[in-house]
Design a binder for this molecule. Structure first.
Ligand SMILES: [Zn+2]
Length: 389
């Protein structure tokens, strides 16, 4: 493809997030550090703050992955975060009351900040690192899933709605700055909320060298200013059910991808669309969510567009089971697999080669794009234990 964007003239900083992952690993990223547990404090929040670990446990029970075949996320460092965030904003997180407001956990207000950093922000930084890592994996393998992440309410200088770091913006900016051949992205945001504070206002994403488009479904567009930046917006009525929802998802995902073929799709797969969600307002069934994810992956894989999925909002007790079921469904249909990447000769070219076998189509598709990965590279011997103690 023609290269639409030029890389940042400054050399990207050294990062541990763009590692080479052994072929044995699935491009599924997770760390036990994702889960927020602290003296039962997490129980004061309406969220199931351990859902990420439960998803992985279900996937292990179903023998899709093991500890040896999952990619362990690394925590994003301050330097990584500064790629998008202002130093002023990161400094503000050193005040516990700011974090209490962002995470909507009032008791955090009373905790010393070193505990807030360790018990609340570190999990969110690790999930953010996971999204950035999954971005590169999606390019390498054709698809990747971060079991956490999807903090679409956070912008470069403002957090909110349980989102302290702008992981999606970071993942895209890392790709734009470090991977030649990647200069356009489409964000498909199917969380129940708009994510108003997020990417829309980030000037870099409006840089003419790069193209970022958004498809946003939500129950209510809460941020009218941000709404004007969204290329394709679908406002859903309160209580929308499966049939109408799935018909619209299919129509608009296909429509958006027919309009523009991006170098990567970031799929914000919020499950707060689920019936009974206290914050969502929609009435989608568990099967509806599975079918929705299937429609998005099918559209991406048929077009050979790398897709990065993050799990975003949705924290009911049954949410983890639904996410796991959806991932298993994608695998059963051949929409995700463990096909490894053929490493070309030379040390800086990676040829994403992923074979797609659809449930009803036996044709195999091959990724043809050649990407050049820049920045720090490191080969590791195993998928796990990447996080240094
Ligand atoms: Zn949401």
């Amino acid at each position: 493809m023609s290269r639409k964007g030029s890389k940042d003239e400054r050399r990207p900083h050294r990062t541990d997030l763009y590692i080479d992952v052994p072929e044995i690993c699935w491009p599924i990223v997770y760390s036990p550090d994702y889960n927020i547990t602290f003296l039962g404090l997490e129980k004061l929040h309406p969220f199931d703050a351990g859902k990420w670990g439960k998803v992985v446990n279900f996937l292990k029970e179903e023998k899709l992955i093991t500890d040896d075949t999952i990619v362990e996320a690394r925590e994003a460092t301050e330097e990584d975060l500064l790629v998008v965030h202002t130093r002023r904003y990161l400094n503000k997180l050193k005040w516990s009351f700011v974090v209490a407001t962002i995470t909507e956990i009032p008791p955090v207000f009373f905790l010393p900040n070193f505990l807030v950093q360790r018990k609340v922000l570190r999990p969110l930084r690790t999930q953010t690192g996971g999204t950035i890592m999954a971005g590169k994996l999606a390019i390498d393998r054709g698809w990747a899933i971060n079991v956490g992440g999807g903090f679409h309410h956070c912008s470069s200088d403002k957090g909110g709605g349980f989102c302290a770091y702008a992981d999606i913006t970071l993942a895209i900016k890392f790709l734009f700055e470090r991977v030649d051949g990647v200069s356009s992205a489409t964000i498909i945001d199917l969380d129940a909320h708009q994510g108003g504070g997020s990417w829309y206002r980030n000037r870099f994403l409006h840089n003419s060298n790069f193209i970022v488009t958004w498809l946003v479904f939500c129950e209510l567009f809460s941020d009218q200013q941000a709404k004007t930046s969204i290329k394709r917006k679908v406002e859903l009525d309160w209580g929308t059910e499966d049939e109408e929802y799935l018909q619209k998802v299919e129509q608009h995902v296909e429509g958006a991808l027919n309009e523009i073929t991006p170098d990567i799709i970031v799929y914000n797969a919020g499950t707060d669309v689920l019936d009974g969600d206290r914050l969502g307002g929609l009435a989608i069934s568990p099967q509806g969510i599975v079918k929705r994810d299937e429609a998005v992956f099918r559209a991406a894989r048929l077009r050979k567009i790398p897709i990065l999925m993050v799990t975003s909002g949705g924290y009911q007790k049954r949410t983890a089971r639904i996410i796991a079921d959806s991932i298993l469904n994608l695998h059963n249909l051949g929409l995700i697999d463990q096909e490894t990447v053929a490493q070309e000769s030379g040390n800086s070219k990676v040829s994403p080669l992923s074979m797609l076998i659809l449930s009803n189509i036996t044709t195999k598709f091959t990724f043809k794009k050649i990407y050049r990965i820049e920045g720090y590279r490191k080969t590791i011997s195993n998928c796990v234990h990447l996080v240094a103690d």
